[in-house]
Design a protein around this ligand. Structure first.
Ligand code: MG
Length: 360
């Protein structure tokens, strides 16, 4: 939609080559890269125009320097928090793909958005589905929200098989094509735990009113049940372009390049209760959503660190959930944390995971 949209700023962590290509194509006013080494390549791509920001706070400075209507945030992990906070502080329309910022700091972000008038629009496919299904009725009439989960690559594996799962096994997602962190989170089902917490904040839900069903076809993206027993679901092909586009065009709908859903070709749609024993990470979602406070930051930090160790081949697949459990158990409770305390809780959890690993 080049006639309607102008890209005014772009940011990346370290992928200077990709960002340089996009800068040549979209000619933004400014670009940002965390990794200082990318400056030269980007300056060349900007073709003499100024506006190459570098360093750990480059994305936040980009938000300050560039005037825009809409910010799309797709930064993996805790690194997404500062830019998310700033976009909300500035009162922007925020299309949010990274769940970690909400998991860590939903208790700060949502009241801040209410004060500044920022609109948070979910890009996460399940939350986009819930957002759409909530348009069908009044909030007071919602009985519960059901998030669907593909079940990941280990849905039909035994607990014993999963213990021995390799990195390649965990990265082999059956239906979605995503980055490595969220793909491993999907294999442990930690992704769904994080999404329960994300939904709790985005839609101001009681955690007891959020359920999860495993739906291997990834066609029903989530459902809302109303008090009269009616369930409203959103269905689409498993293609992220659909929820990304809806966050951009909401409240309007536009033709999308994602393939249309052929319901007859899908043949059957399966929905089954998740196996919490096999996927202990899933239970953490409800527990942490109920705990509130700094628990989300601890869960997220511990999980990121454990996934990092698994990707380096230093722990087994089953250790990811075990280590995260242990760290969460050991964390000192803080019910009303400040942003600084949340960042400290995240750092503490990462250290604990490394030390637990050494002592176990
Ligand atoms: Mg999702």
């Amino acid at each position: 939609m080049p006639d309607e949209w102008e890209v005014v700023g772009l940011a990346t962590g370290s992928r200077a080559g990709d960002l340089a290509g996009q800068a040549r194509r979209f000619k933004p006013a400014a670009v940002a890269i965390t990794d200082e080494n990318g400056r030269g390549e980007l300056a060349a791509a900007m073709n003499g125009r100024t506006g190459v920001l570098t360093g750990p706070d480059a994305a936040v400075r980009l938000l300050d320097e560039v005037d825009c209507d809409c910010v799309v945030l797709a930064i993996t992990g805790a690194a997404s928090l500062p830019a998310t906070m700033r976009a909300v502080e500035l009162g922007r329309r925020v299309a949010i793909a990274n769940k970690e910022a909400l998991v860590m700091a939903g208790a700060l972000l949502m009241p801040l958005a209410a004060r500044t008038g920022a609109t948070l629009l979910p890009v996460d496919s399940e939350h986009s589905a819930v957002f759409q299904a909530l348009l069908a009725g009044r909030r007071a009439d919602v009985r519960r929200v059901i998030l669907t989960a593909s079940g990941g690559p280990f849905r039909q594996w035994s607990i014993q098989q999963m213990e021995q799962a390799t990195l390649d096994d965990a990265l082999n997602h059956p239906t979605w094509n995503m980055g490595p962190k969220v793909t491993i989170d999907s294999a442990t089902m930690m992704n769904k735990a994080l999404e329960i917490i994300e939904a709790r904040w985005l839609f101001d839900l009681d955690p007891d009113h959020i359920d999860v069903l495993v739906h291997p076809e990834s066609i029903i993206h989530s459902l809302v049940e109303y008090v009269d027993g009616s369930m409203i679901a959103q269905l689409a092909a498993p293609d992220m372009r659909t929820p990304i586009q809806y966050a951009l065009t909401y409240p309007h709908r536009r033709p999308c390049p994602a393939p249309p859903l052929d319901l007859c070709a899908a043949r059957s749609l399966t929905l089954i209760a998740p196996d919490v024993e096999k996927f202990p990470a899933l239970k953490l979602g409800h527990d942490v959503a109920r705990m509130g406070g700094a628990a989300g930051a601890v869960l997220n930090g511990a999980n990121e660190a454990a996934v990092g160790l698994f990707r380096q081949g230093r722990i087994r697949f089953g250790d990811i959930a075990r280590l995260t459990w242990r760290v969460l158990d050991a964390h000192p409770r803080n019910d009303r944390p400040t942003l600084e305390e949340l960042i400290a809780a995240d750092r503490w959890a990462r250290n604990e995971v490394t030390e637990c690993r050494i002592s176990s």
